[in-house]
Design a protein around this ligand. Structure first.
Ligand code: ATP
Ligand code: MG
Length: 190
């Protein structure tokens, strides 16, 4: 994935992103509040208009900071991404990932009643069920307790063998634990 002359314009603001070629492995996207990190991931995921060039031939999943889940069980939310693509449901994989993230007892619960951290975990599992090439995570640790952050670190270390992961984070210890490359948007006021 490579970005060249990338910029995103909103009515009151234009964000210009430094040219960057993403490497394989884990890339942390860092920078102060409002520097355009979320906007960048949304542009990469095709969720916002931009000018310039994004060269990418890989499949991607974007996990938002406040994920949108459906008024269904956790399990039904997870298999949704497979159902819409008419793919086979791999219950073993769901069980494996749910256990890794301490979510196995919640699979039958209503997803809307989960805590913020639990919702992010569900959204991550839902996003990776169809093996995307790239996983985009927007501040996944925000609502997570310390144990959950440790679990997420372990999951990321396993997942990075199978996919590239671009992560926005302000959490220093989390960044130190998983970062392999950094794309810094710095501290400029936009
Ligand atoms: N849909 C929008 N319409 C207008 N302005 C927007 C929109 N989305 C973001 N912005 C503005 O663009 C700038 C960058 O926002 P963005 O959410 O990308 O920052 P961020 O780096 O993710 O910040 P944070 O660390 O607080 O999450 C901000 O000034 C924000 O107000
Ligand atoms: Mg953001």
């Amino acid at each position: 994935m490579k970005i060249t002359n990338l910029s995103v314009r909103f009515p009151n603001i234009e964000m210009k992103f430094t040219d960057y070629e993403f490497q394989s492995g884990v890339t942390m996207i860092t920078g102060r509040n409002g520097t355009g990190k979320t906007t960048l991931l949304r542009a990469l995921a095709g969720l916002t208009d931009y000018s310039g060039t994004i060269i990418n031939s890989k499949t991607m999943t974007y996990v938002a900071q406040e994920p949108v889940l459906f008024n269904r069980t956790v399990y039904e939310n997870i298999i949704y991404s497979l159902e819409i693509r008419k793919l086979e449901i791999d219950d073993e994989k769901i069980k494996y990932l749910a256990e890794k993230l301490s979510l196995e007892t919640l699979l039958k619960r209503n997803a809307l009643k989960l805590s913020g951290g639990e919702k992010i975990k569900v959204s991550i599992i839902r996003g990776i069920m169809f093996n995307p090439d790239i996983l985009l995570l927007d501040e996944p640790t925000t609502h997570m307790d310390l144990e959950s952050i440790d679990e997420l670190i372990k999951v990321i270390k396993e997942l990075k063998k199978e996919m590239d992961i671009y992560i926005i984070s302000h959490n220093k210890s989390f960044i130190d634990a998983v970062m392999e490359h950094e794309y810094s948007l710095g501290d400029r006021n936009v």
